[in-house]
Design a protein around this ligand. Structure first.
Ligand code: MGD
Ligand code: MGD
Ligand code: SF4
Ligand code: MO
Length: 730
């Protein structure tokens, strides 16, 4: 395959999806700093916010109207190409269902009835309620849920107010277990963007992580390059994913049994002496004890658990050995599956350690960053009570705040009451499992503020809704990224907001002022904040504004290039055997536990991503909905036939607790095992104000009433639900 067709298969392109008719004349490109009433075409660099990859982009504005967005060629996260969601991001600006003005609730929570108020009224109302909570319960009684870089200034205001209860679903509902498993092993996180050297990997192992549907831009580009270069790809997934279609080995594993496979792979690699002996010798701690525990986990032992043929387990283990250390066992990202996820992730880390891939080319590089000092704010007040989410360090290895821990404290009032929620850019009704628990918590609040761009489900529960300008209409914090090479990116407004929406920094500053915390915002406009930070780093804001990005010099990123092989674990080495875990009462080497099975006749519910949508945030975007306007439920073809179903029929899924989802179209396919069904996350909106997205497709989140909490770090394993399929009579 040449590089063009390689890229095409993953649908990363610079192609334009225009909202306004694409201009035909030769376009004169000018570098503009403000688009107000501008004539002709301007190009303005910024970075994307349709997901958390934060790709550098160039927006085209025609006569002051947003026309299209393309990748910024200077930016290493996009390399000049956006994914389809980024290209379609234009639709977020034009969405007719957007929130337009601040709203205060008129009736009961959840009834979606508000009155429009001015910004000043909204902020005064919020500040008064916050002060009341503070005087009764302390500042810790207010919690912030936020996701993405746009939350930075609200975090700052909340810390200034005195609460440490700040959390994002990216830990306990997403990558937390992975980062814990890797920290326990190597002393460091995988972080985001992942430090995976996919483009140089000669053997890439994907366990669930469905690159190509999961569209993190440069990661997918690197994957396409690796495939094009003939790298061996091994995919482990109960579903034949896009990635599986590029694989030399596809292992259709029984859901929830990956740890058995990982242990068997390590058994083969250790017993056949295939590991990187020098690396293990130099950097490993507790290898002998580790090796001893592995003896029981033969491929024959793993076979009945996983359904994977012992010969295939051996062959794939040898294939991994052949390319070491350029064999990358990808750690995944959304790994909150079964509640044993930190230990499964640790097993992935250990397998990589055996292959010597951490710190090596084709494995995990050591990321670098630009040194841009933080703004010198006054010190934050110290919290007397400490965080609410993890009482008595119940989850000893949680290194970030646990969203579901805050939710639980809000329900129980223990270890202390939480009476105010701020929710910034996270639709908790779709992001957290068990909707009823979220509602129960919300009912205990004295104040619930949601900052969103559209009337999402979570906004429907708010007392105050604050409408934000979409990313193409605002400045945001600087993106000082840890990556292959150092760089800093700028998000800047490309067009004006159509109504009375405001950017987060403006809201967070205004709120601080209302709370008497104005001294925490010594700058008037965010551009002053940029100037301050950038000049402290010896960088030019003018240059950043013009190009959207400033790149630093390349630096060594592999041990072989001179990066010191440091492992900030207690032993200072790679911990094959973990005394930390042992001391805390956990298995020092991961142990396999068979997953629970569902009621007879039921199917395990699995879920994932579609290339053209992000979670529950893009179903109101007309451009992206043009490409995919509902999700489907994947059902094994034989099962479908047995149930008398064919592709295109509508069904409803009913879970083990009797919850029934909205109707959803069947995709009868050989591409999934018979013991599970699969759907794309984020559809099935039931907020009535989302007129366009309302009831299109079904919501996986509604069906996730059960979850298994990871005892190491508090994450919610959500692949724990089983459904039956009920025909939908038209
Ligand atoms: N287009 C798009 N891309 C995205 C996002 C998006 O919203 N849209 N979101 C981004 C974010 S934040 C994240 S965290 C990532 C998530 O993406 P990933 O981390 O790649 O994937 P997951 O959602 O964990 O996994 C989904 C895959 O795991 C398989 N799977 C389910 N159960 C099992 C199991 O027991 N064993 C194995 N081996 N496989 C299993 C499913 O069949 C599916 O193919 O995607 C990122 N990229
Ligand atoms: N059932 C289920 N639950 C999951 C997952 C799953 O696959 N299935 N995936 C998990 C993972 S990996 C992750 S990372 C999380 C993601 O969880 P979230 O980040 O909460 O994802 P979304 O559901 O997209 O909610 C984002 C909200 O932010 C709003 N928003 C979008 N842009 C802006 C903006 O510019 N400003 C403001 N203020 N708001 C904005 C959107 O309208 C939406 O309401 O979910 C986790 N939970
Ligand atoms: S991966 Fe796609 S949606 Fe995410 S930031 Fe990049 S272009 Fe935007
Ligand atoms: Mo995620």
């Amino acid at each position: 395959m040449n590089s063009v067709s390689r890229r095409k298969f993953l649908k990363i392109s610079g192609a334009t999806i225009g909202v306004a008719a694409a201009g035909t004349a030769l376009l004169k490109t000018t570098q503009a700093l403000s688009n107000k009433a501008a004539k002709g075409v301007q190009t303005i660099p910024t970075y994307c916010d349709i997901c958390f990859w934060k790709c550098g982009a160039i927006a085209y504005v025609n006569d002051g109207k947003l026309w299209k967005v393309e990748g910024n060629p200077l930016d290493p996260l996009s390399n000049g190409r956006l994914c389809p969601r980024g290209t379609g991001g234009v639709g977020a600006h034009y969405d007719p269902d957007r929130l337009k003005a601040p709203l205060i609730r008129k009736k009961n929570r959840g009834e979606e009835q508000w009155v429009e108020v001015t910004w000043d009224e909204a902020m005064t109302y919020i500040a008064e309620k916050m002060q009341k909570i503070k005087s009764q319960y302390g500042p810790e009684g207010v919690a912030l849920f936020s996701h993405g870089i746009g939350g930075n200034f609200f975090k700052h205001t909340m810390k200034a107010f005195g609460t440490p209860n700040i959390s994002a679903p990216s830990f306990a509902q997403c990558r937390g277990p992975r980062d814990v498993g890797f920290r326990l092993t190597f002393g460091e996180d995988v972080s985001s963007p992942e430090r995976t050297d996919i483009k140089n990997a000669q053997c890439l192992v994907l366990i669930g992580s469905h690159l190509g549907e999961n569209m993190h831009n440069s990661q997918v580009q690197e994957f396409a390059d690796a495939v094009g270069d003939g790298s061996t790809v091994i995919v482990v997934d109960p579903r034949y994913s896009v990635a599986a279609s590029k694989a030399k080995y596809y292992l259709p594993i029984k859901p929830g049994t990956d740890l058995a496979l990982l242990l068997a792979w390590m058994n083969v690699i250790v017993s056949e002496g295939l590991y990187d002996k020098e690396y293990v010798q130099n950097y490993g701690f507790g290898f002998e004890q580790f090796a001893a525990t592995l003896q029981q986990y033969t491929p024959e032992w793993a076979y009945p658990e996983t359904g994977i043929d012992p010969d295939v387990i051996r062959q794939t283990a040898r294939e991994m050995e052949r390319y070491k250390p350029a064999t990358l066992v990808h750690p995944g990202r959304h790994v909150t599956w079964y509640g044993d996820d930190a230990q499964r992730s640790r097993a992935i880390a250990l397998l990589n350690a055996l292959l010597g891939s951490w710190g090596r080319k084709g494995g995990f590089y050591t990321p670098v960053s630009m040194d841009v000092p933080a703004y010198p704010y006054p010190e934050y007040p110290k919290s007397e009570k400490g965080k609410v989410d993890n009482p008595d360090h119940k989850y000893p290895f949680a290194h970030e705040t646990i969203t579901n821990g805050i939710r639980e404290a809000t329900i129980t009032g223990k270890p202390y009451p939480i009476k105010g929620w701020f929710v910034y850019a996270t639709n908790l009704m779709h992001a957290l499992p068990n909707e009823n628990e979220t509602i129960k918590a919300i009912q205990n609040l004295d104040l619930m503020v949601v900052i969103d761009v559209i009337p999402s489900e979570i906004a429907g529960w708010a007392d105050v809704v604050l409408p934000e300008s979409v990313y193409l209409e605002r400045f945001d914090d600087l993106n000082v990224e840890w990556f292959r090479e150092p760089f800093v990116g700028l998000r800047q407004p490309v067009v004006d907001s159509p109504d009375d929406q405001k950017p987060n920094w403006w809201m967070a500053k205004k709120l601080a002022e209302k709370l008497g915390l104005g001294h925490y915002y010594p700058w008037k406009h965010i551009e002053e904040y940029y100037e301050h930070r950038l000049s402290a780093a010896g960088l030019s804001y003018k240059e950043l504004k013009k190009n959207g990005i400033i790149r630093g010099a390349k630096q060594p990123i592999y041990f072989d290039e001179g990066v010191p092989a440091e492992f900030p674990t207690p032993s200072g080495k790679i911990e094959f055997y973990s005394l930390q875990l042992q001391e805390a009462g956990f298995d020092p080497v991961p142990k396999y536990k068979r997953p629970t099975s569902g009621p007879p006749g039921s199917f395990r519910l699995l879920y994932g991503r579609a290339p053209v949508h992000s979670f529950s945030r893009t179903q109101s975007n007309h451009i992206l909905m043009d490409m995919m306007n509902e999700n489907e439920v994947w059902v094994n073809a034989e099962i479908a036939a047995r149930l008398g179903l064919k592709s295109g029929d509508y069904v409803r899924l009913k879970n083990q607790d009797g919850v029934v989802c909205n109707k959803v179209k069947v995709k009868a396919t050989e591409r999934i095992r018979p013991d599970c069904v699969y759907m794309v996350h984020g559809f099935g909106h039931n907020s009535r104000m989302l007129k366009f997205a309302y009831m299109k497709g079904a919501s996986d989140a509604q069906l996730l009433t059960r979850y298994e909490v990871d005892p190491l770090m508090g994450g919610t394993g959500m692949n724990m639900n089983f459904v039956t399929i009920e025909s939908e009579v038209a």
